[in-house]
Design a binder for this molecule. Structure first.
Ligand code: SHN
Ligand code: NAI
Length: 224
């Protein structure tokens, strides 16, 4: 399956999960990271999902799925242990033009979930086209070793630096040159070594005195 990757903004949008077991639980955690409003329709909820419900992080409708349940959903997950129910859910989603993922038969849906590494706003997603979720997980674990927490901080600096340069300079060719230089600079190593003064030197040498971490609003104190 040649999937098409996108990054969805689901903040405040409704994701409806039919089924409340282990699979629903995994989807639920990923959805909460994206800021979705979650509705779960299931006669039984896994205890970990019960905790999320008690914390007000999801709405639970405690009964089996009924036609019409998907009204208002932006995304749908058919995640029951019944293939027949999952198919019926997928048909309702399709008739309403809502994106749907089936836990048991990916080819019948319109999307699947990748395995994900997050470092701040850096998002690395791995899909195996449904061929081997176990391999997706293994690759994710390898990536977690390679891409440490320093990427979150470096990316915050790159983002603030870019936003400011774009507001003060309209010279696209010049800006592009500076962004490429900064992305290829030792910024990551400097962040890793917490050499904050050296980072300020690098930023100001590239773009001028207004570009210290303090002025960019991304300051961290030097470690002792
Ligand atoms: C198609 C897809 C649809 C979807 O759910 O979106 C799907 C389907 C199925 N998964 C199954 C099994 C397992 N799933 C996992 C784990 C994950 N599964 C995820 C995604 C996907 N799973 C989508 C494709 C992703 C891709 O293309 O790579 C991850 C990446 C993300 C997430 O779930 O959020 C998450 C890893 C999170 C992480 O740790 O990083 C493990 C490993 C484990 O649990 O350790 C196993 C056991 C080992 C194995 O089977 O490989 C079964 C068989 C059930 C049975 O045996 O009956 C089916 C059904 C089928 O294949 O038909
Ligand atoms: N996508 C994935 O990563 C994986 C997919 N699977 C597949 O997903 C299915 C679900 O797996 P688990 O969550 O582990 O199962 P589970 O048995 O833990 O949970 C099933 C849930 O579905 C609910 N349910 C059953 N009938 C329903 C109905 N008519 N309406 C609403 N809810 C209903 C149950 O109350 C329960 O909450 C498995 O049968 C398997 O085919 C399994 C493992 C991984």
């Amino acid at each position: 399956m040649n999937f098409f990757p996108v990054n969805l903004n689901i903040r405040g949008r409704t994701a409806t999960i039919v089924g409340g077991g282990g699979v629903a639980c995994r989807k639920c955690h990923a959805l909460l990271e994206g800021g979705a409003r979650i509705t779960i329709i299931a006669p039984r909820l896994d205890p970990s999902l019960g905790e999320l419900r008690d914390q007000g992080l999801l709405t639970h409708i405690q009964r089996p799925y009924e036609p019409g349940d998907l009204a208002g959903a932006f995304l749908v997950f058919a995640a029951t242990d019944s293939a027949a129910v999952n198919r019926t859910v997928a048909e309702e989603a399709a008739s309403r033009g809502i994106l749907v993922s089936l836990a048991d038969s990916p080819a019948l849906g319109t999307f699947t979930m990748p395995s994900v590494v997050r470092r701040g706003e850096l998002l690395i997603a791995v899909s195996t086209g449904g061929k081997s979720p176990a391999l997706a997980r293994l690759i994710r674990e390898q990536l977690e070793e390679e891409f440490g927490p320093e990427y979150a901080e470096a990316l915050a600096i790159l983002g603030a630096f870019r936003e400011k340069l774009l507001t003060v300079s309209k010279d696209t060719a010049y800006n592009k040159k500076i962004f490429n230089e900064l992305a290829a600079s030792p910024l990551l190593e400097l962040v890793r070594a917490r050499r904050h003064d050296a980072i300020d030197l690098l930023l100001t040498r590239l773009a001028g005195p207004g570009f210290t971490r303090e002025r960019l609003g991304v300051e961290k104190k030097d470690s002792a």
